[in-house]
Write a protein that binds this ligand. Structure first.
Ligand code: KMH
Ligand code: ZN
Length: 276
């Protein structure tokens, strides 16, 4: 099996320091978190940024500050910007940070309820984001929260809106999308194999208590894994994780138990079709 790509979503847009005191929110805190998660085995960082007061932001200068701090410590880590931002963020703001040409960016495949909010991703906006990523040579990670979005990915590929090689991320457990029950991931995978004759890589991000069971299935079945405070703040039931790195370490331990090697940054770049 190919080596396991571990992505860490270190900050997110929704979690607060009140909920998770060790959440990295400033550029310096994010750089230190990246250093730790890389040491633990992560090669990709899914990045959201926050303002000084902790509110989610898509401001280009704030991304620039974080990238600059992170790159001092981790010049070659794979940086994946969020284009989802926080629910309610304007489309224009979600698009802007791509001007910084990150290695990768998230590309959400459809609209949905997101907890008590609505996460809007209109086809025309998805198209613009995809076109900008293609123009800037940014690899898209397709964020899929339910099976209809997977079917839309097939249509977008047929319409040449998105390009191969596809990297699919199944985000399971958001209230409004498919839950993180294992049967849902199995169904998405079997549907994906029917829809795409083209080879694709896939990863899973399980929200909350679903994080580790879904990670373990991915480890055993050739998928890749995302963990991090964006998705889950606990290391075990009711026990807050000390750091993002602790979550990454848990995945590495599981991978070791299943004889799956961990991808280096260079290997992840190759597997994801990124330039070295
Ligand atoms: N914060 C969520 C509403 C992404 O990064 O592209 C969307 C999200 C997905 O986090
Ligand atoms: Zn995100």
């Amino acid at each position: 099996m190919e080596p396991l790509i571990i992505t860490c979503a270190i900050t997110g847009a929704e979690v607060t320091k009140q909920q998770q005191p060790n959440l990295p929110t400033t550029p310096k805190e994010q750089a230190l978190a990246v250093q730790d998660v890389m040491a633990a085995g992560a090669s990709v960082v899914h990045l959201h940024v926050r303002e000084d007061d902790g509110t989610p932001s898509q401001r280009v200068d704030r991304f620039k500050e974080s990238v600059s701090e992170i790159r001092k410590i981790a010049p070659d880590v794979i940086l994946q910007f969020s284009t989802g931002g926080a629910v309610g963020e304007s489309f224009a703001n979600r698009l802007k940070p791509l001007v910084l040409k990150p290695d990768m960016a998230s590309l959400n495949m459809g609209s949905m309820n997101f907890g008590n909010d609505v996460f809007l991703n209109r086809p025309e906006e998805i198209k613009q984001l995809a076109a900008e990523m293609q123009k800037q040579n940014i690899v898209a990670e397709l964020e899929i929260y339910e099976v209809g979005m997977l079917e839309m990915a097939r249509r977008y590929l047929d319409q040449n809106m998105i390009q191969q090689p596809l990297h699919l991320q199944f985000v399971l457990g958001v209230p409004g999308g498919m839950s993180g029950e294992l049967e849902n991931l199995k169904y998405l995978l079997s549907r994906g194999k029917t829809l795409f004759t083209e080879p694709f890589t896939w990863a899973v991000a399980g929200i909350g208590r679903y994080e580790f069971p879904l990670a373990e299935f991915a480890i055993q079945n050739g998928g890749h894994v995302r963990v991090g405070f964006e998705d889950n703040i606990y290391i075990s039931k009711g026990v807050l994780a000390k750091s993002n790195a602790e979550l990454v370490q848990r995945v590495c331990d599981m991978a070791k138990a299943h004889n799956r090697s961990i991808a280096t940054i260079a290997q992840s770049r190759q597997l994801l079709g990124l330039k070295s």
